[in-house]
Design a protein around this ligand. Structure first.
Ligand code: KG4
Ligand code: ZN
Length: 359
């Protein structure tokens, strides 16, 4: 439901609104309390309990294990988030929760908790799409009344499960204009790290190795970089890494650094080129970056410098590192706009959707 800044919405924006937000779509149990007041977003508490060390032993997220850990963590984290924020249930205006996409056992824990709190406290419930959270994660510090001036915007969402170019016409009005046809970019990072036995999650490890060199003897392809559409492909780059590794009986640490460097260059070249091409085509005012891979230094720098050179009138918004990976602040933030539009979910019949498409 698009949110149009009309008179009732602007009047509603003058009242302080406090939202408790819950995110449990994958392997982070996250809870935050946000207050929207005086044209700003105030983060009263922001907790993330990561299960990454547990899943690292298996080389990836095990859904059943993730759900069990969420069940153990969620109530204590809600409790701590409320205490840290110094609020009680009377001060909460709504409860927001990720309704998908994600792993169904994980999503269920957050959704059932949010439904119970909504029922017991008699507060409205807001269902937020996880990708919508990543889309707006770079705008959390902006003045709320100025946000519509940034639209139309184009968001590059890069995470473990998604690589999408989303045209943001307004809050609630989105169109996927491009993105990967195969692997998500985070998934490609994780798989390449696995091929080189570097550990999980692969993104930060590859990124660190890549930063230790500034040249590579290896050359990887930039698939689809010149195609006319805004589609991308990352499985080919990943396969090229595999073939490169197969040529050698022993892969040294220096070779791993150089492969990481070239992989990062190849991936960011494709992402930045497609993003700029789409930004130009759709004449956007703003480029947004979001998702776990948005923590990648090379991608952040390349997107900013290339946009400044090629599209100087377009502003680029990059999220703070703490809002790149999964967190609950990014769920509470768009929830405010659903609150203003009275876009509430019914407790009865609200089931998380593991494949919920934003557009
Ligand atoms: O958004 P996110 O936390 O979870 C999903 O919704 O998928 O993204 C996780 C992904 C993982 O694939 C991880 O390897 C990648 O983000 N990642 C990075 C970096 N930090 C995390 N990839 C590249 N460079 C990084 N610095
Ligand atoms: Zn995510």
């Amino acid at each position: 439901m698009p949110v149009i800044y009309n008179k009732p919405i602007i009047e509603a924006m003058t009242k302080p609104i406090t939202i408790l937000a819950i995110e449990s779509s994958c392997d982070e149990t996250a809870v935050a309390v946000l207050t929207f007041q005086a044209d700003q977003t105030m983060i009263l508490s922001d907790l993330v309990s990561s299960q990454v060390k547990t899943h690292a032993k298996y080389g990836g997220v095990i859904p059943e294990v993730a759900a069990r850990m969420h069940i153990k963590q969620i109530i204590p984290i809600v409790d701590t988030a409320m205490t840290e924020a110094a609020v009680n249930s009377d001060l909460i205006d709504a409860i927001a929760v990720t309704g998908g996409p994600g792993l169904i056992p994980s999503l269920l824990v957050g959704v059932e908790t949010a439904k119970s709190l909504s029922f017991v406290w008699q507060k409205p419930l807001i269902k937020v799409n996880h990708i919508e959270g990543h889309v707006f994660s770079s705008l959390i510090n902006e003045k709320l009344s100025r946000l519509p001036e940034l639209f139309p915007a184009l968001c590059l969402v890069v995470s473990g499960g998604h690589t999408d170019l989303i045209l943001v016409k307004n809050f609630g009005d989105y169109e996927r204009v491009g993105g990967t046809r195969d692997d998500a970019v985070g998934e490609a990072y994780d798989k390449v790290a696995k091929m080189m036995a570097l550990g999980y999650p692969g993104g930060p490890i590859i990124s660190k190795l890549a930063s230790e060199v500034n040249l590579s003897q290896f050359e990887l392809p930039r698939p689809m970089i010149d195609s006319k559409d805004f589609d991308m492909s990352f499985s080919g780059i990943k396969t090229s890494v595999l073939y490169t590794l197969k040529k050698y009986s022993a892969v040294t640490d220096q070779m791993k650094r150089e492969i990481s460097f070239e992989f990062e260059q190849a991936v960011s070249d494709v992402l930045v080129s497609k993003t700029l091409k789409a930004a130009k085509q759709f004449r956007v005012k703003t480029i947004l970056l979001g998702g776990g891979v948005a923590a990648n230094k090379t991608l952040r720098e390349k997107l900013q410098s290339h946009a400044a050179a090629l599209l100087p009138d377009v502003s680029v918004k990059i999220p703070e590192i703490k809002y790149t990976g999964d967190n609950a602040v990014m769920i509470g933030f768009p929830a405010y706009f659903h609150f203003l539009a009275k876009n509430f979910a019914e407790i009865k019949g609200f089931r998380p959707d593991p494949n919920w498409e934003l557009t």
